[in-house]
Write a protein that binds this ligand. Structure first.
Ligand code: PEP
Length: 252
């Protein structure tokens, strides 16, 4: 089965509304001819409505960077899945390593967030990945198994294929140090095998992205690997030219 390539840009805590508007206006014409590629941006909460309005009718989907698992409640500072779908946001990053490492995001919460996203009509994009220490200790597969199994435990096999997973080795995020294509392919094939343990059909459909210092000059080789269905791009997504070049590298 052929999976539609997907390139997503994580803008992290960058861009005011005016700056985000300038970036999306530079990006839209540069990706408008990228037939056969799905494109998404993940701007900060405060810019979501403006980005949804600007991207309407284009190939660019707008995703959030995080959400709370409850629909509503006494959770000061949090935003729920129904609040995002009310804005016409299409998806949400869940379990980004910065959320896990800096803000105490747990696998237990993620096991609730993934179904909560689906329930609100959002595409859940689950991020997983090992630290440098874990890779050096030979613990990469153990870490990925733990995250994939626990975070997706409440998703039934019929829905598993709709989840997007981003494999992001933590040592490669924002460091300029990209995993080799062989390391990325091997880890992503392993993640796909974990999904196949639950449902071989889902494993064929699930799009699994690579993330970690993807740049225009490294994109084509990564995207050429059999199990790598796209990229989650941080730093380079803040430059419309670079993001568009990565999208172009994904055109089938
Ligand atoms: C990310 O934040 O998901 C990411 C991959 O960042 P960068 O591309 O900057 O390493």
């Amino acid at each position: 089965m052929s999976r539609v390539p997907l390139i997503a840009g994580n803008w992290k805590m960058h861009k005011t509304i005016a700056e985000a508007e300038a970036l999306i206006q530079a990006l839209l014409p540069r990706v408008s001819a990228a037939d056969g590629v799905d494109v998404a941006i993940c701007p900060p909460f405060t810019t979501l409505q403006a980005m949804v309005d600007s991207a309407r009718g284009s190939r660019v989907a707008v995703w959030a960077q995080n959400m709370h698992q409850a629909q509503e409640g006494a959770f000061t500072g949090e935003v729920s899945a129904p609040m995002l779908s009310e804005l016409d946001v299409a998806g949400v990053l869940l379990g980004h390593s910065e959320r896990r490492e800096l803000f105490g995001e747990t696998d237990r919460a993620l096991a609730q967030k993934v179904p909560a996203a689906f329930a609100a009509g959002l595409l859940p994009v689950l991020c997983v990945g090992e630290t440098e220490d874990e890779r050096e200790r030979g613990d990469t597969e153990r870490k990925l198994r733990h995250q994939v199994q626990e975070d997706l435990a409440r998703i039934d096999p019929g829905q598993l294929g709709d989840v997007v997973i981003a494999y992001e080795p933590i040592w490669a995020i924002g460091t300029g140090q990209t995993a080799t294509v062989e390391q990325a392919q091997e880890a992503i094939a392993f993640v796909r095998a974990l999904v196949a343990d639950r449902s071989p059909q889902a494993a064929e459909r699930t799009r699994i992205l690579y993330g970690g210092s993807v740049k225009p000059d490294s994109a084509a080789e990564l995207l050429g690997m059999p199990d790598i269905d796209g990229a989650l791009v941080g730093g380079a997504s803040l430059d419309a030219e670079a993001m568009a070049a990565i999208v172009a590298a994904a055109i089938p």
